[in-house]
Design a protein around this ligand. Structure first.
Ligand SMILES: [Mg+2]
Length: 389
């Protein structure tokens, strides 16, 4: 298995996307919506973060949606919501021309197709013979760095015999070996799982140990809203001059708290560290307000939950305001690929959240990490191969 790519040993034949020759979207009508289960499990057990308990081994049976046309084209991908939601729309989708459902220049034509946003983008790319990033208007892909988003509190487990910091370093080593040169470290052990002072001390020790062991890796930290301004500043004081690429969700976004933290960061030589928010229960008016004066500098809404088409509309606005974007992908390696195509087209993403899937039956094809950047496939659609049924 080549661990430097997103591919791993495929369990069987895969259906690679593509038609014999490109056609127009108006020539195709949807004639079937189907479902398939794919394995996207993670390479290791993932433990706790500041707010949630054990995360487990990832989605081993993940339902995806297939759209087939009367001309023999097929697009597939992660759907938003569940089958029931799609079933309710089936009558409005079946028989429609693909051109009535999606405009390659903008995305889905009605917010009502939100659940099928990603499969429709894949299908349109397949029909047009273009990778999604190119279909969205780019001549060549703009490449982004990619970080491992899988460094959790694995020092704390198993509960009866905690593994300690070495376990976290072992995970970092695996991710570095896989190709990552950025590591996002979960912090906030004192929020729930350890006495506050002890938890803060451990967070600091973990970040210090990672920095010492992997000096060629950039560090991002994610508090999952488990801090106050005061405890977060104590964390920053504790790590001294270790550089941080970004700070994510130290607390739930409020103007008072983020402005206080920003002031501290600017006063202490950390003004360039990205201030990232918008993943958990995003408060959009507050995010927009804080982006206006650049209190926040990085937007994180989920690539699928917020919506691929809505992200396409949001990107130029963020870019014009000097705000970077890194759509949240945690959970599924497919979402990492969708974000890679979005980033490749719009070029406003300094780094992409990498979710690794080992032993997946999906063929990730050319979507892979090369020299610490995530390259999107040049194949039609998202370039993801679906395992044979
Ligand atoms: Mg997060």
């Amino acid at each position: 298995m080549n661990r430097r790519t997103f591919i791993s040993a495929s369990a069987g034949a895969v259906t690679l996307p593509g038609l014999a020759k490109p056609t127009s979207l108006a020539e195709h009508r949807i004639d079937a919506i189907e479902y398939r289960t794919v394995n996207l499990s993670w390479p290791r057990h993932v433990g706790r973060n500041s707010s949630k308990g054990l995360h487990g081994r990832g989605p081993a049976r993940h339902t995806v949606c297939l759209l087939k046309t009367d001309q023999g084209a097929m697009g597939w991908g992660q759907m938003q919501g569940n089958r029931r939601g799609i079933k309710a729309q089936k009558d409005q989708v079946i028989g429609k021309k693909v051109s009535e459902l999606i405009d390659p220049a903008q995305g889905i034509r009605q917010a009502a197709w939100h659940a099928l946003d990603v499969p429709l983008h894949d299908l349109a790319g397949v029909i047009l013979g273009l990778p999604v990033w190119q279909m969205m208007g780019a001549d060549k892909p703009q490449l982004s760095k990619v970080y491992s988003g899988m460094i959790y509190f694995d020092d704390l487990d198993p509960e009866d015999n905690p593994a300690g910091i070495d376990k976290v370093l072992e995970n970092c080593a695996w991710d570095r070996d896989y190709g990552y040169r950025q590591l996002k470290v979960k912090i906030g052990r004192g929020n729930k799982w350890m006495p506050p002072a002890e938890g803060l001390k451990r967070d600091i020790e973990v970040v210090r140990a990672i920095h010492a062991s992997f000096p060629d890796c950039e560090i991002l930290v994610d508090g999952n809203n488990g801090f106050t301004v005061e405890t977060f500043i104590r964390f920053l004081e504790g790590i001294g001059d270790i550089p941080l690429f970004w700070i994510e969700e130290p607390f739930h976004e409020t103007p008072v708290e983020w402005r206080a933290l920003k002031a501290w960061l600017v006063a202490h030589g950390r003004e360039k560290t990205y201030r990232a928010d918008g993943e958990a229960r995003p408060d959009f008016p507050v995010l927009e307000q804080l982006e206006k004066d650049r209190t926040l500098t990085m937007r994180l809404n989920d690539i699928c939950g917020y919506g691929f088409t809505k992200w396409r509309a949001l990107m130029p606005t963020l870019k014009a305001g000097g705000i970077a974007a890194s759509p949240h992908t945690w959970g599924s390696a497919l979402k990492t690929v969708y974000t890679a195509h979005l980033a490749a087209a719009y070029g406003n993403t300094p780094t992409i959240e990498g979710v690794t899937s080992a032993d997946s039956d999906v063929d990730f094809g050319e979507n892979r990490i090369v020299q610490a950047c995530l390259h999107p496939s040049s194949r039609p659609g998202f370039g993801l191969g679906l395992p044979a049924a």
